[in-house]
Write a protein that binds this ligand. Structure first.
Ligand SMILES: Cc1cc2nc3c(=O)[nH]c(=O)nc-3n(C[C@H](O)[C@H](O)[C@H](O)COP(=O)(O)OP(=O)(O)OC[C@H]3O[C@@H](n4cnc5c(N)ncnc54)[C@H](O)[C@@H]3O)c2cc1C
Ligand SMILES: NC(=O)c1ccc[n+]([C@@H]2O[C@H](COP(=O)([O-])OP(=O)(O)OC[C@H]3O[C@@H](n4cnc5c(N)ncnc54)[C@H](O)[C@@H]3O)[C@@H](O)[C@H]2O)c1
Length: 464
């Protein structure tokens, strides 16, 4: 049951503001640690990750992966006669899965005794928290520790704001029909994920990239190259150094884009565009606090400590932390900080994945970063075709690259391009988190045959 009218000020050990993946994890962790915990959420539990980002995309990703597997079936002696797309049913199933998952989140919070308040929180300078729950119902609570997990909001870049209906990375997963031709504007993980999804669902995709490369410049160069080749193989038409100066919709509903492609001015006409939104920290209800804030978020260390004593910040709200995996990692760290546990998790060792066909996953430093930081670098690289399980599964596209310190054997970073990369990367993270190095990875044992063996195989010279 959600809590309703609150006349008296209620006291808690911890109040969490925001019920996204970060806030949810922090609330569960705090309640498990025996702390009296409240969670305030203004729209819907699950936040951006469950409602708009990771989960809807992951659902669609599974479906296009299935299409890809069906296309390979004939070679394996399996005749599958045609695949039809039932988009309304697909959307219904996706939305139902999301609803059920959110209901499960709510149940788990309640089981642990977390009080959930559905409303907008405002934090006062004296650190009391007002909750506006609609229909004039207000509540007031206070807590020893306040965890801010209000996330980020997406903003459509200026030139597209006058367009009546622009697809964005936050709504393009709610498909009514597949656009015959789609111009995607963006260059990061979200843009590449959508280019893959729509291309597999039958759209002719053009990708307009502002920079001269795909993905963040921190991503390993070998991965950037592989992703470009992968998208080109899917007939995605990629243009670099593109500036869009004007956009308008004509009376027939076609979209006109005035673009500069390198040094050439061009007018592009297409049926649909998808604009990747800029992310900005969500400071709603937080202006009463004297928080130090940069353009991309609140300044906090990895333990969530902000400039205001007793107030912690986690997840997308924090400068430089925009991923669900970082939000979860920070949520755990921040509760450990509150309960006085010592942990030394490093930001850089949070795994990140981009769900292309096949996936990318990275953790730690890229080779270039390790060299820039002055490490004596050793690179172990292996193609996935060498692994028996992946070979049998026809999942041979891609590679594993392990970067270590040649003198000390310290693991510096791992990147994987290939099927199941998001799962495989966890092994490197776990070994690193337990203080292990390249020798420990070499000695890790696996069932036979198993894809997970590919990391240790990368370090065993005789297989290369
Ligand atoms: C298209 C897309 C795809 C993505 N894919 C991935 C992915 O595959 N993997 C990955 O790791 N990350 C991904 N991300 C990033 C990921 O979604 C975010 O990093 C993650 O959701 C951040 O979690 P959070 O808990 O910090 O914030 P959020 O999930 O944004 O949650 C914040 C919550 O706080 C609530 N709130 C805000 N202000 C108040 C207030 N004043 N009072 C009460 N409640 C309030 C909001 O309603 C919201 O529910 C993706 C993002 C997008 C947009
Ligand atoms: N699986 C994951 O872990 C995952 C997947 C997707 C996103 N995310 C998180 O969400 C955040 C955003 O993801 P992202 O990878 O798309 O990175 P991003 O938003 O930082 O975009 C990367 C690049 O795209 C360019 N860009 C963005 N919007 C643009 C636009 N409208 N027009 C032209 N260029 C544009 C930016 O200049 C930047 O160079 C990231 O911080 C990421 O960690 C995580």
């Amino acid at each position: 049951m959600e809590n309703e009218v609150q006349q008296e000020i209620r006291s808690y050990d911890v109040v969490v503001i925001g019920g996204g993946v970060g806030g949810y994890t922090a609330a569960v962790r705090a309640a498990n640690a025996g702390l009296k915990t409240a969670l305030i959420e203004r729209i819907q539990l699950g936040g951006a990750g469950v409602n708009q980002g990771c989960i809807p995309i992951q659902y669609l990703y599974k479906n296009v992966q299935f299409i890809k597997e069906c296309a390979q079936a004939k070679k394996r002696g399996l005749i599958i006669k045609g695949i039809e797309l039932d988009l309304p049913r697909m959307m219904r199933d996706k939305n139902q899965k999301i609803r059920k998952y959110i209901a499960g989140m709510k149940e788990r919070l309640e089981d642990r005794g977390v009080d959930i308040f559905m409303g907008t929180a405002t934090v006062n300078a004296d650190k009391t928290v007002e909750i506006a729950m609609g229909n004039g119902i207000e509540g007031r609570i206070k807590a020893e520790s306040i965890i801010l997990a209000t996330g980020s909001t997406g903003r459509i870049p200026k030139q597209y704001q006058s367009m009546p209906e622009v697809l964005t990375d936050e709504n393009a997963h709610d498909l009514v029909e597949i656009p015959p031709e789609l111009v995607i504007i963006g260059s990061g993980g979200r843009a590449c994920e959508y280019a893959t999804l729509f291309s597999m669902l039958g759209s002719k995709v053009v990708l307009f990239v502002g920079e001269d490369h795909l993905l963040s410049s921190e991503v390993d160069g070998a991965i950037q190259e592989a992703v470009e080749q992968n998208l080109l193989a899917m007939q995605v038409d990629i243009h670099y150094n593109v500036t869009v100066s004007d956009v308008f919709e004509d009376s027939l509903g076609d979209i006109h884009l005035d673009v500069k492609l390198g040094s050439r001015d061009k007018m592009i006409i297409c049926s649909d565009i998808l604009v990747v939104k800029e992310r900005c920290p969500n400071l709603l209800g937080l202006s009463g606090l004297d928080l130090k804030v940069k353009n991309d978020g609140v300044i906090a260390d990895f333990s969530g400590i902000t400039s205001v004593p007793g107030v912690y910040a986690i997840g997308d709200l924090v400068s430089g932390m925009a991923s669900a995996s970082a939000a979860v990692a920070m949520a755990i760290q921040v509760v450990d900080t509150i309960t006085g546990k010592q942990r030394t998790l490093k930001n850089q060792w949070i795994p990140k994945a981009i769900h292309l066909l096949p996936e990318i996953a990275v953790v730690g430093m890229s080779e270039a970063e390790a060299r820039q930081n002055g490490y004596p670098v050793k690179v172990d690289r292996i193609n996935l075709a060498t692994n028996l399980k992946l070979y049998l599964d026809d999942a041979t596209t891609g590679f594993v690259k392990i970067i270590s310190d040649v003198d000390s054997g310290e693991l510096l970073g791992v990147c994987i391009y290939g099927e199941g990369a998001a799962e495989l990367i966890s092994q490197a993270q776990a070994i690193h988190a337990m203080g292990g190095g390249i020798e420990d990875l070499k000695r890790s044992l696996h069932a036979y045959p198993a894809a997970s063996a590919v990391l240790s195989e990368a370090t065993l010279a005789f297989l290369k």
